[in-house]
Design a protein around this ligand. Structure first.
Ligand code: B16
Ligand code: MG
Length: 218
């Protein structure tokens, strides 16, 4: 049987953790007297933790010491982990389980390709870790999306050539990273925002088994 490498982003694709990132960043911003909006949070999707804090400080016109920066990052993550600790299978986004089960039934290699350093914890919370043949996250790479590193490392971990990999992504930076890796990019979200993707669906309920079969055979 044909084997393709299926690479899933985590936040915004498998689970909606953006809302928890928002709450944690909002609290941090407030402590600095910065008004952080949901629109700004949108721009942090797929962006690493360090880059996210740099952006928030720039939006708020704040300069802080390196020590304070490090302390704020740690505080934000502790706050975020508090929300993550409450997660369970109910937070898996619609039809993600169906798509994963279908790909597993078709013996397709599956990897995670996420910028998050908390990816393994989240997969454990929602009981999906065993569905993945490989997990590549923010702990395994040094270059953030739109650099293709995270997806190239995932392809390598699956022993599948990049050209034979398919990436599911909700962020613009992630779609650009998949394209730069020479992979098929599938945007999950708004077609207007993710117009650089090869295909775009609002969510996994729109992705049929027939479409997945075409990806496997072509
Ligand atoms: P953490 P993804 C990304 O995950 C999120 O979209 C982004 O908002 C977050 O800042 C980044 O992970 C780092 O997350 O603080 O948990 O290491 O979408 O690439 O799965
Ligand atoms: Mg994402």
């Amino acid at each position: 049987m044909n084997k393709k490498g299926f690479i899933f982003d985590l936040d915004g694709v498998i689970v909606d953790t953006a809302k928890y990132h928002f709450l944690a960043w909002k609290k941090l911003a407030k402590s600095l007297g910065i008004n952080f909006t949901e629109e700004e949070n949108e721009q942090l999707k797929g962006v690493s933790r360090i880059k996210s804090l740099e952006k928030i400080l720039a939006w708020g016109n704040k300069t802080i010491s390196q020590d304070e920066f490090t302390a704020l990052m740690a505080n934000k993550n502790t706050e975020y982990l508090g929300y993550i600790a409450e997660m369970d299978e109910n937070e898996i986004l619609p039809d993600v389980q169906r798509v994963l089960d279908m790909l597993i039934a078709k013996k397709q290699p599956i990897s995670l390709g996420s910028a998050s350093k908390n990816a393994r914890t989240i997969l454990d919370r929602v009981n999906l870790r065993s569905h993945f043949n490989a997990i590549v996250d923010g702990n395994d790479v040094s270059k953030a999306k739109p650099d293709p590193e995270v997806f190239l490392v995932a392809a390598n971990a699956l022993s599948i050539k990049p050209e034979a990999c398919i990436v599911f992504e909700d962020s613009v930076a992630g779609v650009q990273a998949a394209n730069a890796a020479n992979m098929v990019s599938i945007g999950i979200g708004s077609a207007t925002i993710l117009h650089e993707a090869n295909f775009v669906f609002n969510d996994f309920t729109e992705i049929s088994d027939e479409f997945l079969n075409t990806l496997i055979t072509n």
